[in-house]
Design a protein. Structure first.
Length: 117
């Protein structure tokens, strides 16, 4: 795990996806595919603020209470799949609410990348 995922003030989620890393990367970097997979930000559009091609993508994710920083780390998994780490640093006002949101999206997280096939 990287320093990004070691941040104690962030929500970190890890998943093993049954897709190659290039397919997951495409699903994250093409806005239409990303929105179909993860949904749209509350206000505005997500903006790329950093990363390393093919392995990490950092997005400013706008909300009504300010921008969250969402980092996606992609690594090759076993059997040709992908190990995905998502680190979400939210504005202080959202920190208490966000732990409940990802549970509702667990199914979507594990299969939404299929649209990038």
């Amino acid at each position: 795990m990287s320093d990004v995922a070691a941040d104690t003030d962030a929500l970190t989620f890890e998943a093993e996806l049954d897709a190659p890393p290039d397919q997951v990367w495409r699903a994250l970097t093409e806005p239409e595919l990303r929105e179909a997979w993860l949904g749209e930000p509350e206000v505005g559009a997500a903006e790329v603020v950093g990363g390393e091609p093919g392995s990490r993508l950092d997005l400013a994710w706008p909300t009504r209470d300010g921008d969250s920083l969402v980092s996606f780390e992609i690594a090759a998994g076993e059997g040709g799949g992908t190990h995905l780490v998502i680190v979400h640093r939210a504005p202080a006002m959202l920190a208490e609410v966000l732990p409940f949101r990802p549970r509702a999206r667990r199914t979507q997280l594990s299969s939404g990348w299929r649209m990038a096939a």
